[in-house]
Ligand binder design. Sequence first.
Ligand code: DGY
Length: 311
Amino acid sequence: MKVLVTRTLPGKALDRLRERGLEVVVHQGLFLPREELLRKVEGAVGLIPTVEDRIDAQVMERAKTLRVIACYSVGVDHVDLEAARARGIRVTHTPEALTAATADLTLALLLAVARRVVEGVDYARQGQWQAWHPELLLGLDLEGLTLGIVGMGRIGQAVAQRAEAFGLRVAYTSRQPKPLPYPRLSLEELLETADIVSLHAPLTPETHRLMNRERLWAMKRGAILLNTARGGLVDTLALVEALEGHLFGAGLDVTDPEPLPPDHPLYRRPNAVITPHMGSAGRRTRERMAEMAVENLLAVLEGREPPNPVV
Ligand code: DGY
């Protein structure tokens, strides 16, 4: 029985599949071209895809024997869940494993933007550092500012906890109220009051371009936007405009399009700090994600309920 893994994974989790006598086909490249995915998935009973593999009805049609799609991610917006449901294919994901790592990177981006860390590094590297000056590279002091969290799930809550250590006040918006010591606001109220807006909502048809031009301009003048969730939550070109004067800056680990092409105007904004979708890129985190994906996959193939089901 064949399992297709669309990238090499850190750690030894895949050995468990081999020990069970499964044939494990691991794609070795940096990305998996669509045609190759369609070819390689034929005959597979299990699939471990990454966030960059679009697993739609066409893929499922080619994989007639497929029983489980064990996503190597918490987000599942790259999988057509309805198509999977209609074919009786189970879909699983890896929540919890990457909560802390993603929250850490969110704070890293916040500090980088607020304190102009990347500009400072470039300034020093480029040989411009000639003297200490009281007005050089002035940024935002975080203490006392309000962080508005959009989507208060696991990662949003982990960001809130970390933010408190920096003296930030926290408010949030989410569909359901949570038993948390922070005020829950409407999105509009949050945008009006927050000095920093951090996105932690899943990408769905309802949240696509949630931060459109109007909402970006409804943010406070001089505010910061953070996105470590999904690029599709933000209208990228509208953000480029908002960064020219309205916003203080943006910290983005995800973009739309993704990857962001090298000539994209966003790279020309010195107040945009962009990282290549590396929120979960802690070695231990990525190994844990592999273990969870393997456990989910084996559970389905062995007729058990997977620990982290989506469908
Ligand atoms: C996820 O898990 O959804 C991240 O975007 C990648 O780790």
